[in-house]
Design a protein around this ligand. Structure first.
Ligand code: GDG
Length: 482
């Protein structure tokens, strides 16, 4: 069955919108979100129609969407983007507080950063209801809905109550914690029950699936069929599976091969050669789950324990500010800058700066070009649902040169077996793996990166979508057949 088989009836539902309109000094600035989900689902809707429903968060979003609807892409529009508008109070309760200070840290097992409140949950529920009503009013009979992530955990059940004829897939992008932790969420039963409104429930890894099934068994006392990954809730059947998300490796290979990006890559390499250094890159949102400070500790250890690598490697870190309205995130960035400066003071000398950081977003083709130029990528997340940066770095290595150092706490580590894995909380381990990576033979390096590239070629973002939509279509057909 083709992915397009939903025949224009697919509605994608996300917190972040694929196209944002911002007020600028001269008129309106149109922005496109850059993440993997948008780059995979936007072309699908452009090809086969359907609709996208998301929070209209841009400052000019109301102006450009009369009646809450804007046709997108802005040039040569193909499908409607339905914007759900939220009050400042709703944004604070639903997004900043319940989603980002509650579910996000808890799912990443960072209890001390987790805060819940009934008031925030009340607003979270209200916003989920807004999304459900909007989608219920749009979905064609027996249509299909593909909703996403921890912002919308109550949405599947709410939509099912309003529109029992619609088939729903929901994908959870972040880790699902063990039940001993998850039960700390005061609304854990409501969250789990909310998700069980879906027909297809997707997670990144088998471990996440397992943890979710335990939450159903122990939190809701509903039996689960672990061998099939099936839960029967009254007459409703929920299929729970792992669908590891991925990237469009062919698009990345094309991107790094264009003359513009080849020039950019060559420029970076030349600069590194002039300074006689190899380049290790890290690219993250400035989020405490990405282990930024722990990484710096490990780099300090590396230069202390293996002085032969001083003046030989520069760590280039792209750190994109994120969720700056939350205090913990602003503080993290300042701490990161201070700790980088300390390493530079301690080890740097004329002609060699150990740590360089860029505090802004780089456009995607250039980012892929930077990956290609790098000798190493260092991904040090404390917990990460998947980590697309790791897969993008591997995809960009068309010369089969780069070495990936990857935290074993990422979903990606379960697939990318040929990376150098480490425990992100063990600076000695990270230092040792960095040393191993730095002295690897060219043959071993080529073998490892080639094997990981082959894996990603066999498991692309399109395979991810195809599997989910196929499973969703199977359900939709059973709904359509009385
Ligand atoms: C969540 C889960 C899961 C970063 N800096 C720039 C830039 N990026 C892009 C990367 C990558 C994306 O942002 C980050 O994706 P990750 O997967 O690494 O992490 P999260 O943002 O935390 O994503 C995660 C993911 O959802 C998907 O399910 O893998 O576990 O936490 O694509 O390239 N892009 C551009 N400039 C930058 O400076 N253009």
């Amino acid at each position: 069955m083709a992915v397009e088989d939903h025949r224009g009836s697919l509605i994608v539902v996300t917190n972040r919108e694929p196209y944002i309109d911002e007020k600028a000094a001269q008129g309106i600035r149109r922005l496109q979100s850059a993440g993997g989900v948008v780059s995979a689902l936007d072309p699908l809707l452009q090809r086969s129609g359907g609709a996208w429903v998301a929070w209209g968060s841009g400052s000019a979003d109301r102006e450009t969407a009369p009646g809450g609807v804007r046709m997108v892409p802005p040039i040569d529009p193909k499908y409607p983007l339905h914007r759900v508008f939220l009050s400042p109070e709703e944004v604070l309760g639903y997004y900043n507080r319940y989603s980002n200070q509650g579910l996000w840290p808890l799912s990443h097992m960072l209890i001390e950063r987790t805060q819940f409140s009934r008031e925030a949950f009340h607003l979270y529920r209200r916003v989920n209801q807004k999304f459900a009503r909007r989608v219920a009013s749009l979905a064609p009979p027996n249509g299909s809905v593909f909703s996403h992530d921890y912002h919308l955990a109550l949405f599947p059940r709410m939509l099912r109550e309003l529109r029992p004829d619609v088939a729903i897939a929901h994908f959870w992008h972040i880790p699902w914690p063990p039940f001993t932790l998850f039960r700390l969420c005061p609304q854990h039963q409501e969250i789990t029950r909310g998700l069980l409104g879906a027909d297809i429930l997707g997670f990144q890894t088998p471990q996440d699936v397992d943890n979710f099934l335990t939450a159903v068994e122990r939190g809701l006392k509903i039996p689960v069929d672990r061998t099939q990954g099936v839960i029967q809730v009254g007459t409703h059947r929920v299929v729970v599976r792992d669908y590891p998300i991925s990237v469009d490796i062919t698009a990345i290979e094309h991107m790094v091969n264009t003359p513009r990006i080849q020039r950019w890559t060559a420029g970076i390499r030349k600069r590194a050669r002039n300074h006689h250094v190899s380049l290790a890159v890290s690219v993250d949102r400035a989020d405490y789950t990405k282990g930024l400070l722990q990484r710096l500790q490990a780099i300090d250890k590396f230069f202390a324990q293996y002085p032969e690598h001083r003046r030989r490697i520069t760590f280039l870190q792209v750190v994109v500010p994120t969720r700056t309205e939350v205090r913990a995130y602003r503080r993290l960035y300042d701490q990161f800058v201070d700790a980088s400066a300390r390493i530079n003071d301690k080890y740097g000398d004329r002609g060699w700066t150990p740590m360089v950081h860029i505090r802004r977003s780089i456009d995607r083709p250039r980012l892929m070009g930077l990956f290609r130029a790098a000798d190493y990528a260092l991904v040090s997340s404390l917990f990460d649902g998947m980590n697309l940066v790791a897969k993008e770095f591997v995809s960009s290595q068309i010369d089969n040169q780069g070495v990936l150092l990857l935290s074993e706490m990422t979903g990606a580590a379960q697939e990318l077996e040929e990376a150098f894995h480490f425990n992100p909380l063990d600076p000695d381990d990270v230092a040792e793996q960095l040393h191993r990576a730095a002295i690897i033979s060219p043959e071993d390096r080529a073998r490892r990166i080639k094997s990981m590239r082959e894996h990603i070629h066999d498991h692309t973002i399109y395979d991810w979508i195809t599997r989910i939509i196929r499973d969703l279509n199977d359900v939709a057909h059973t709904y359509a057949t009385p």
